[in-house]
Write a protein that binds this ligand. Structure first.
Ligand SMILES: Cc1ncc(C[n+]2csc(CCOP(=O)(O)OP(=O)(O)O)c2C)c(N)n1
Ligand SMILES: [Mg+2]
Length: 707
């Protein structure tokens, strides 16, 4: 039980249990059903319990809204919401700490619907509990243009939706990130201000996805006891029975990963309430396997995979109404049911007001507001400017990963929200600032996560951390393994959350580890993701500038592509602004009249472009060099600025140790490209650059043949 009494209604489950002998259930004990009395009163003490509709009616409201909305849309997924309606009803009326009218309340419990195809479950709950904007009209407009009820739940589109879900399994790892954020902020600000839980519903599909393995192992290792996963254990996926493709003992799997587990009948309100109460008491994350029937309540299709993803049809819906004894027309909800649900939606209001009072009086108030704002403290950027000024003076030749580490050395102490980590490549990614404590049980005050070799879960957990708010996550791996975290990076971009991916070993410059570890198509493929900002800094100054630019993008993820190998300083003079934040800029002007050629480049290959320029200049060919650390930011500049940077030189050549794809927009079809055309190989980096023809000579040649 929380010290602020946040989960008092769960006691109702306890009261109901007095009907049966008090046997202490073992962890995965299959409980005997409750007596046939599902009337666990909702009303606060003092009110007449008989006046409140029973939970079964509240749950049927979800079922009916679901089947009617899917029917109206002529598509959607009725099975899961109907199957999990009972579990969700108990969760939202008795356990979840929330105030439906204030979906942004910082100390609310987080709810994640990992099996996002069951979106109508969430929309019905948002409507019934009274979330802002979620009217009956929105339910009628399920899956229609402009509605708050898209096919799958979308964060930042629908108030009350905590994360975008649909790609199965990711929601579990995102929930893990939320639970991590809660524990860390609790350590920083104390129980008075941060004291909440993360509840996630998932399906068989979520548990089959590989990311679930990564996520549950991480959560178990970190002993995230504020996380509860409710598994819709319905034995059904799209193609039919789960047994067609899976025979895993899930409870054993979770136990092996350090979770507490419990199996219940997901249609028995007493068991559900008791299980939720049990979850609150555990010292580790909890899995509740809720045995359910998909499409529960439907007249003839209960338990059938046909209910998974299509409308039930008029006849079945009519028969289901008759079976449930539901006499109301589609999208008509009786007042008594709405008001009972709205009461549930206000359950957390008192707790929210008490929290607001505590916040007002707290010495941490300013710091918490600052953390939740997501703003970067001005002092941090002043420190970074001083760091950049020193770099311009000292002109160090560093690997850009090392330069990124040096930027972090400055930023990390100045931004208490920065929350780092790596997928077991800490030393290679330069992501750990010396002296930083590791985030771990029981204290959780540390700001560095040992994510383990779990890139996908790291990416999704970073999303959960960012969505929770109060922390700014960054995480490292090799650029080539962004393929493993890509689905999470894509969702970050879609949701508009600031998760910063530190992706080192960014080219054949990796050397001896060979082509498995050498990204070639990754820059192009990441640049193709809308709202993802891909940075490839050329030296230590640009690395620091790119960090500042990434931090400034509050509604976008970033990917920093950083080199393993050292590279000379290219920024030799001070600048009055963050040039990398413009996306591209003229690094060296042409001398001796109008430029005949412009050389474009990013990262470590800019050094080659600069050498090539000097040789061309020496031969009387006026040549300028443009650095393009972030295409996506360049796209946001004014047409005049872009035009000026691209320039009017008749010859354009780009150099980048990746594929050409995408470069034509800057250099044109007939422009020269010096880069990779296929996979790399295993050899020392210097040999590889020679063998693959990424050399100063090649750049010079590419210009000359086009003059
Ligand atoms: C990563 C991913 N792969 C495939 C799908 C397509 N898909 C949506 S639901 C589903 C079946 C999931 O089974 P389960 O979670 O048991 O859902 P239920 O039918 O029980 O609602 C599949 C394959 C998806 N949404 N995400
Ligand atoms: Mg299923």
């Amino acid at each position: 039980m929380s010290r602020h009494g946040l989960y008092p209604d769960l006691r109702l489950g306890e009261r109901a249990r007095t009907h049966r002998p008090a046997t202490a259930p073992s962890e995965d004990h299959i409980e005997t059903p409750m007596p046939a009395d599902d009337h666990i009163p909702l009303a606060p003490s003092g009110a007449d319990p008989a006046a409140a509709p029973p939970l079964s009616i509240l749950a049927d409201a979800i079922r009916v809204l679901t089947m009617d909305a899917v029917e109206q849309a002529t598509c959607g997924h009725p099975g899961m919401p109907m199957g999990m309606a009972d579990v969700a009803t108990v969760l939202f009326t008795k356990a979840l700490k929330y105030d439906a009218a204030a979906p942004d309340w910082a100390d609310r419990d987080r709810f994640v619907l990992s099996n996002g195809h069951g979106s109508m479950l969430q929309y019905a709950l948002l409507y019934l509990t009274g979330a802002p904007g979620m009217t009956m009209e929105q339910l009628k407009d399920f899956r229609q243009w402009g509605s708050l009820t898209p096919g799958h739940p979308e964060y930042s589109h629908t108030p009350g939706v905590e994360t975008t879900t649909g790609p199965l399994g990711q929601g579990i790892a995102t929930a893990v990130g939320m639970a991590m954020a809660e524990r860390h902020l609790n350590a920083r600000f104390g129980d008075d201000l941060v004291d909440h839980r993360t509840w996630a519903i998932c399906g068989d599909g979520c548990l089959m996805e590989g990311i679930s393995h990564e996520a549950i192992a991480l959560a178990g290792r970190l002993k995230l006891n504020r996380l509860c996963l409710l598994w819709d254990d319905n034995d059904i996926t799209i193609d039919g029975a789960v047994s067609l493709s899976d025979g895993v003992d899930q409870l054993l799997r979770f136990k092996a990963a350090g979770w507490a587990t419990k199996r219940i009948d997901g249609h028995d309100y007493g068991q559900i309430a008791r299980a939720l109460r049990w979850a609150v008491r555990q010292d580790r994350p909890t899995l509740i396997a809720c045995k359910t029937k998909i499409g529960k309540g439907s007249a003839t299709l209960e338990g059938h995979h046909d209910t998974h993803g299509k409308a039930l049809g008029k006849a079945e819906i009519a028969a289901t109404r008759a079976k449930l004894g539901w006499s109301h027309d589609p999208f008509v909800m009786p007042d008594a049911i709405v008001s009972a649900w709205r009461r549930a939606g206000r359950r957390g209001r008192v707790a929210r007001r008490a929290w607001a009072q505590r916040l007002k009086q707290s010495p941490h108030a300013n710091a918490l507001h600052q953390a939740l704002s997501g703003d970067i403290p001005a002092a941090a950027l002043v420190d970074l400017d001083a760091h950049i000024a020193k770099l311009v003076e000292t002109k160090p030749a560093l690997a850009t990963r090392a330069a990124s580490g040096k930027a972090l050395d400055v930023l990390f102490p100045a931004i208490p929200e920065l929350f780092g980590g790596s997928a077991d490549l800490t030393g290679s990614n330069n992501t750990l600032v010396k002296g930083t404590a590791v985030f771990d049980a029981p204290g959780y005050a540390g700001r560095y996560v040992n994510y383990g070799i779990r890139e996908h879960a790291m990416g999704a957990a970073m999303n959960g951390l960012a969505l929770h708010g109060g922390v700014i996550p960054y995480g490292g791996t090799f650029l080539v393994f962004a393929d493993y975290s890509r689905p999470a990076i894509r969702l970050a971009a879609l949701m508009g959350v600031r998760a910063i991916h530190v992706l080192t070993h960014d080219s054949i410059g990796v050397g001896e580890d060979g082509p498995t570890h050498q990204p070639v198509e990754h820059l192009a493929s990441l640049r193709a993701i809308p709202n993802l900002y891909v940075f490839r800094p050329a030296d230590a100054v640009e690395a620091a500038e790119c960090w500042a630019a990434a931090l400034a993008l509050k509604a976008s993820p970033s990917a920093l592509a950083l080199s393993r190998q050292a590279t000379p300083a290219v920024r030799l003079a001070p600048a009055s602004e963050n040039l990398s934040a413009k996306g591209a800029y003229e690094l060296r002007a042409a001398e001796g009249g109008e430029a005949k050629a412009t050389l474009f480049g990013t990262g470590t290959e800019l050094a080659l472009a600069l050498e090539a320029r000097d040789r061309l200049q020496a031969e009387g060919i006026s040549t300028r060099v443009v650095s393009m650390p972030c295409w996506a930011l360049f796209e946001t500049q004014s047409p005049a600025y872009r035009q000026a940077v691209i320039g009017a030189a008749p010859v354009r050549v780009a150099v980048e140790a990746g594929l050409r794809m995408g470069w034509d927009r800057f250099i044109g079809e007939h422009g020269g490209f010096v880069g990779m055309t296929g996979f790399g190989a295993s050899a020392p980096a210097s040999r590889l650059y020679k063998e693959f023809g990424i050399t100063t000579e090649a750049v010079v040649e590419a210009v000359k043949t086009r003059l």
